[in-house]
Design a protein around this ligand. Structure first.
Ligand SMILES: NC(=O)c1ccc[n+]([C@@H]2O[C@H](COP(=O)([O-])OP(=O)(O)OC[C@H]3O[C@@H](n4cnc5c(N)ncnc54)[C@H](OP(=O)(O)O)[C@@H]3O)[C@@H](O)[C@H]2O)c1
Length: 306
C-alpha cells in the first residue's frame, strides 16, 4: 500500500470508528433514558396472528396509544372477533380478516382489500408463528413447510406488500417477532429455529435496503420463552433463574420498542450475555454446558398448542 492509500484507509477507518462510537452512545441513551415516545395517532397497524397469544396482547397494548386503526389477521375467526371487540372497547377503530399468512395469494388479495378499506398500512407487525416441537425425522414434510411458510415466507410476502407505499411516502415501521431461537438452536425444534434464523437474517438484509429511507424503521424482537400456548408444557431446568416471560411483559416491551424506534431488542436484556458467550465458546464446551442447564430436555414435555 502506498502512502496515499494508507492515509485514505486510516481516514475511512477513523470515520467508521467515530460513527460506531456515536451510534452506540445514542442507542444506549435512547433505550435507557429517552422518555419521548413517537405518536401513532395517524398510523394504521396490521398485526398478523392478532387474535390470540402475543398478537392479541400487542393489539391491546398498541390500542393504549390510540392509533387510527388496527387490523388483525389470523386463521380463526372467533379469537379475531373477540380481540377486535376488546380493542374497540378501548375506543380504537379495529377490524379483522381471516387470512392464512403462509399463502401468498391470500396475503396479496386480503392486503388489497385492507388498503381499499382503511388506507395504507404504516405499521406492520409480523407476529404469527407456529412450532411443532418434533425431531426432524418425526416432523412431517408439510409441518416443516408450514413452519417456514408462517415463520419466514409470510414475513417476506407481508413486507413486499407494505414496502412500496412505505417507500413512496418515506414513512413506516416494520416489527418482526423473531425469537431467542432466531439466534440459538434447540433440540426438537430444528426447523423452527432455522425459520427464525432465516427471518432474522431477512430483516438484517432489509435494513440495508431501507437504509436511505429516514422515515422507515425496523424493529426485530427476540423474546425468550413466553408463558403462552405456543410452547405449552416445555420446561427449563432452573425456572427461578430463567422464568418464562408473561405475554403482557413482552407485548409492552415490543410496543415501547416501536414507539422509541429501537432496532433490535432481546427480551430480557440479560440474554445479550448468553449470545456473547455463545459466540466465543467452542461448540465442544457449549454442548455439556447447555446440557447442565437442561436445554436438551426443554422440549421433552412440550405439547402442541398451535
Ligand atoms: N411463545 C413463546 O415462547 C415465544 C418465544 C419467542 C418468540 N415467539 C414468537 O412470538 C410470536 C407469537 O407467538 P405466541 O406465543 O403468541 O404463539 P401462539 O399463542 O401459538 O399464537 C400464534 C399466532 O399465530 C397465528 N397463526 C399461526 N399460523 C397462522 C397462519 N398460517 N396464518 C395466520 N395466522 C397464523 C395464530 O392465529 P390462528 O390460530 O387464529 O391462525 C396465533 O394468533 C410467534 O412468531 C412466535 O414464534 C414466541
Amino acid at each position: 500500500m502506498d502512502v496515499c492509500n494508507t492515509l485514505t484507509f486510516l481516514r475511512c477507518l477513523l470515520y467508521s470508528v467515530m460513527q460506531c462510537v456515536i451510534r452506540t452512545l445514542s442507542t444506549v441513551f435512547t433505550s435507557a433514558f429517552a422518555a419521548k415516545l413517537k405518536s401513532i395517532n395517524d398510523d394504521v397497524i396490521l398485526i398478523t396472528g392478532g387474535g390470540r397469544g402475543l398478537g392479541r396482547k400487542l393489539a391491546l397494548h398498541f390500542a393504549k396509544f390510540h392509533p387510527k386503526h388496527i387490523i388483525l389477521w389470523g386463521r380463526s375467526k372467533g379469537p379475531l372477533q373477540q380481540t377486535a371487540a376488546d380493542v374497540q372497547s378501548l375506543g380504537v377503530s379495529c377490524s379483522f380478516q381471516v387470512c392464512d399468512v403462509s399463502n401468498r395469494d391470500e396475503v396479496n388479495v386480503n392486503f388489497k382489500h385492507v388498503v381499499q378499506s382503511v388506507g395504507n398500512i404504516t405499521i406492520l407487525v409480523n407476529n404469527a408463528g407456529v412450532v411443532y416441537g418434533k425431531s426432524l425425522l418425526e416432523e412431517a414434510d408439510a409441518e416443516i413447510e408450514n413452519t417456514f411458510g408462517v415463520n419466514t415466507m409470510a414475513h417476506i410476502w407481508m413486507v413486499k406488500a407494505v414496502l412500496p407505499s412505505m417507500m413512496s411516502n418515506n414513512r413506516g415501521h416494520i416489527l418482526c417477532m423473531s425469537s431467542m431461537l432466531g439466534m440459538l438452536g434447540l433440540k426438537s425444534a430444528a426447523s423452527y429455529t432455522a425459520s427464525k434464523h432465516a427471518v432474522t437474517s431477512f430483516m438484517e438484509g432489509l435494513r440495508h435496503e431501507v437504509a436511505n429511507y429516514s422515515g422507515i424503521n425496523i424493529t426485530v424482537i427476540h423474546p425468550y420463552i413466553i408463558a403462552s400456548q405456543m410452547f405449552a408444557g416445555c420446561q427449563v431446568r432452573f425456572p427461578w433463574l430463567f422464568p418464562a416471560l408473561s405475554e403482557d411483559y413482552v407485548a409492552e416491551r415490543s410496543v415501547n420498542a416501536v414507539l422509541r424506534n429501537e432496532k433490535q431488542i432481546l427480551v430480557p436484556r440479560i440474554m445479550h450475555i448468553l449470545i456473547f458467550f455463545r459466540s466465543i465458546t467452542p461448540i465442544a464446551v457449549l454442548l455439556p454446558l447447555l446440557k447442565f442447564f437442561g436445554v436438551d430436555k426443554t422440549m421433552d414435555t412440550f405439547h402442541q398448542g398451535n
